[in-house]
Design a binder for this molecule. Structure first.
Ligand SMILES: Nc1ncnc2c1ncn2[C@@H]1O[C@H](COP(=O)(O)OP(=O)(O)OP(=O)(O)O)[C@@H](O)[C@H]1O
Ligand SMILES: [Mg+2]
Length: 405
């Protein structure tokens, strides 16, 4: 395969990396694409297996036909046979119509069976049959159907071990594995790690219109020495975390150390540490502040809504010109001043009014404000606290009633 051809494939699919093993994997994918041979893509979790079947399909004579990617691990055991091979109406509860299943609809196209190691044994038997003969029987059917589907499968589990434990059929493994494609783990890709970091950093900078983070020379070395148990997916997550959380754009090993797990065997992502003199505390504080701000905005909105609702009810029940008799005025409960902020509905906090006949809701609200201010010697903060509203809401109301002078 000419290297220019390989480069154009990488560009087309946004695949970054030049290491020998990755180039070889792409090379095999392109060579096997024009055939109908089954392909098994193997590699650890997060290495980038999912793009390969697409490359194979798009470069095969089936490119104009259907392509389906099915995650075998995410389909419940009870329905996987019917999803893959279809069913006939009435074959089980809920089978209200015939269904062709993926093998029916993908006829002449390509099926990507991701996480194939998760298939139940009964489904493995059906799959083997369709791979060998092109025949299958939908659930509940008696007649055999024919299909012409190219299978590309992928797994991150050790299939040989699954075979030895009786969880995977050996014959199916050999049938799927006509052409194996091994995607290398990230730790073996040398400088590709830095190239991938640069790609993800650039994507973040573009997406969020921020300055791109760049690695110092020492930080590059650190990334290349790390084991990357979660592979490219982990590198992508970490680059995204740093892009968002680091106040520095020049990334040093010290900054990296805060994001990369210390225990290199672990597959977990870095948690945010608050030790040392870094500003994570501040960052967390900022997030908390934003959350609190949001919460009090929501509370304000709830109060506004409640007032509006009441006003609408009033309009519905109160004749427009005359003031109703006291019995028709909705009773407004008194909320103790100790009520939690979110539970207190400011406009509902009203001093028991002796003669409310001449007052509308706005006037009540205004009166409550004036009284609260009176009681607190004009101190707005205290008045707001007593009314269970935010300073901002109090200020807005004062302005509304012309009491802000
Ligand atoms: N060479 C690469 N260039 C650019 N992005 C890549 C590359 N390899 C992987 N990625 C990105 O890394 C992420 C993980 O890849 P992918 O989902 O294909 O992993 P996987 O091998 O299928 O993992 P799993 O077995 O856990 O499903 C994806 O966001 C993918 O786009
Ligand atoms: Mg995957």
């Amino acid at each position: 395969m000419k290297s220019s051809e390989l480069q154009s494939i990488k560009q087309r699919y946004n695949i970054v990396g030049n290491c020998e093993a990755l180039n070889h994997a792409l090379d095999v994918a392109l060579q096997v694409a024009p055939t109908d041979l089954s392909v098994l893509i193997v590699g650890e979790s997060g290495v980038g297996k999912e793009i390969i079947p697409r490359v194979i399909h798009d470069n095969s004579p089936r490119r104009r036909e259907k392509y389906f990617a099915i995650n075998c691990g995410s389909i419940p055991e009870g329905t996987i046979d019917s999803e893959l091979f279809g069913h006939v109406k009435g074959s089980f509860t809920g089978a209200i119509n015939d269904s062709p299943g993926y093998f029916g609809v993908a006829n002449k196209g390509t099926l990507f069976l991701d996480e194939v190691g998760e298939l139940p044994l009964a489904t493995q038997a059906r799959l083997l049959r369709v791979l060998e003969t092109g025949e299958y029987i939908p659930v509940g059917a008696t007649e055999v159907r024919k299909t012409d589907v190219r299978i590309v499968a992928a797994t991150n589990v050790n299939i040989r071990q699954a075979i030895s434990e009786g969880r995977f059929r050996e014959d199916l493994y050999y049938r799927l594995n006509s052409i194996p494609i091994q995607i290398p783990p990230l730790r073996d890709r040398g400088e590709d790690i830095v190239l991938l970091f640069r790609l993800f950093a650039m994507q973040m900078a573009e997406k969020y219109r921020m300055d791109k983070i760049v690695l110092t020379e020492e930080a590059k070395l650190m990334l290349m020495r790390y084991k990357w148990p979660g592979n490219v997916r982990q590198l992508k997550n970490i680059t995204e975390q740093i892009s968002i959380l680091s106040t520095e754009r020049q990334i040093t090993p010290e900054i990296l150390a805060r994001f990369i797990p210390q225990d290199q065997e672990t597959t977990q992502l870095a948690t945010i540490h608050n030790d040392g003199d870094h500003s994570f505390e501040n960052e967390r504080e900022i997030l908390y502040k934003i959350l609190f701000e949001l919460r009090s905005n929501v509370n304000d909105m709830r109060r506004e809504m409640s007032t509006l609702k009441k006003q609408i009810e009033d309009v519905k029940t109160v004749p427009s010109t005359t003031v109703p008799a006291s019995s028709t005025i909705p009773t407004i409960p008194t909320i103790p001043t100790t009520a939690p902020l979110e539970d207190a509905i400011a406009e509902e906090y009203v001093e028991p009014v002796k003669e409310p006949e001449n007052l509308n809701l706005d006037a009540w609200s205004r009166q409550a404000l004036e009284k609260a201010l009176d009681r607190n010697g004009g101190n707005r903060k205290k008045a707001a606290l007593e009314l269970g509203i935010s300073d901002r809401t109090l200020y807005r109301r004062l302005k509304q009633y012309g009491l802000d002078k």
